[in-house]
Write a protein that binds this ligand. Sequence first.
Ligand code: 6R9
Length: 635
Amino acid sequence: MSNYHIKHLEEYYQVYRKSVREPENFWEEIAEEHFMWQKKWDKVLSWDFSKPEVKWFEGAQLNITENCIDRHLSTRGDKTAILFEPNNPEEGAQHITYKQLHERVNQFANVLKSQGVKKGDRICVYLPMIPELAISILACARIGVIHSVVFAGFSSTALSTRINDSDCKMVLTSDGSYRGGKTIDLKGIVDEALESCPGVKSVLVAKRIHTDINMKDGRDQWLQPLLDGASTVCEAEVMNAEDPLFILYTSGSTGKPKGMVHSTAGFMVYTAYTFKNVFQYRENDVYWCTADIGWITGHSYIVYGPLANGATSVMFEGVPSYPDFGRFWEIIEKHKVNQFYTAPTAIRALAKQGTELVERYDLSSLKVLGSVGEPINEEAWHWYNDNVGKKNSPIVDTWWQTETGGIMISPIPFVTPTKPTYATLPFIGIQPALMDEKGNELKGNQVDGRLCVKFPWPSMARTIWGTHQRYKDTYFSAYENKYFTGDGALRDEVGYYRITGRVDDVIIVSGHNLGTAPIEDAINEHPAVAESAIVGYPHEVKGNALYGYVTLKDTGESRDQNNLRKEINQIIAEHIGPIAKLDKIQFTRGLPKTRSGKIMRRILRKISCKDISNLGDTSTLLNPEVVKEIIDNSL
Ligand code: 6R9
């Protein structure tokens, strides 16, 4: 079990050094000892960032589902693999054991085969967070079909663009979905999308909300009867290490969404190894990641990473506010969750509710807390640490991306001392670099620059579906021989990294580079503030000036807005300096957010510049209605 489970800081440094000095030996050992291969590799790594081309474990053959399911059957057959917690708590949880998962994945895979799909084909999965979602992607992997999951909150236009981009033959969906007290007509959205997707020949529909829906003859079929008639035996397709496992779209700041393509072997090895270490997962722990499988976090850390470790992974269908804002805490108590992984946006929404609900439940099972998706501001970090972790469960602030496939910078709990707002140290095998604007690497500590990675890691995306040139231009052209992340970061005096936000969020005010995150952090310290977003707009003297959009907590009191503005600027001056004071502060009821909870500063930036003619694609927003309000009240 050498190197697989890091236990103290010295060991981290030792293993890290080995992973950098002898990356091939290091990853070879991990791959040899902890996975099931039908054939071992001929070469561990070949790479050339100028093309860019990266291959891990070339020549190896495997099937990821044998690693995630079959190999656990003899020792963990009756252990819960997926613990499904439905939207409505009264419906009761479902425990799907490894044995049952094996049968259901095989049946599903046989259904797919019977519909004529074969290795290398693409299937679009547009399902809510029900067991069929996890099962269907594993079924695709079982037979070598490339899954492309589209988050089931995306509109019909977003869906059809993604279906057509990767020529999906088939769509998997459901009659509808539950979201808190509401139901959503998913099948209706699919029908609309498919009007412009001539390549889709068949649609399989899972029953979830039992409404009457339109089934198109010759195209649509109910899933369950097909499953009932399918065999529970399905041999795993032999896959090459570099065969694509899935495509997952991520939106760029401009243009079409990018279909990031992930490989089979590298993705498996890296997500499994990071899962084990970043969450310090032990046999019999119950692990819960609140993300949706429609995002990379769900792919890597609800499905593949946990299952490759034989873990119990909670899959939650609902939302944090239903039936009330105590739902997360209720689920932690009920299932005795040991590792809890969520996003800063959720933490802030829950913190807004005060502490009464979080104190009502027994959270003593928790050992590790995780954060992902955006920089976690200091106030939210402390709220999470104090009220959820009771200062007893380390917070792993995990920085990574759809493109990176797995966690890149993160503390290892009980190993790396944490520091609020810092993702801390590079994970084993990850070689970050900070670059200045001229393209020089910034050496040493206490530097601040653009975050790159200078050596390949197993789970990096291999290309953008259909456009390798765009992959090269976006990630490998800004700095020679380096993967450019698009994020800014600083490295403190001990070598800890703090992600300061997307580089396009850096605003230069009177020649000073200001990151949005530290300013927003400061504003959020004000007791009346729930959330904020800062953008720059052109200013005659300063080059750029700062415009702040601020959402207040719903306390029922009315406050004098001009006083609040003064107080907010006072806090900014204290935390960062007068240079970072805001010229304009607009109070808003909400901030435009992506479905995964990231603030869309691109839209706010345009509004602040009074450039509202072309706001780009707002259809994928969680709350498109706030955009109009913000425009109407613009200062
Ligand atoms: C996993 C995921 C990637 C972008 C990334 C960065 C931001 C994610 C973060 C974080 C600061 C963290 N981000 N985790 N920023 N601290 N712990 O979220 O993937 O949806 O592709 O987003 O999210 O800006 O570049 P994805």
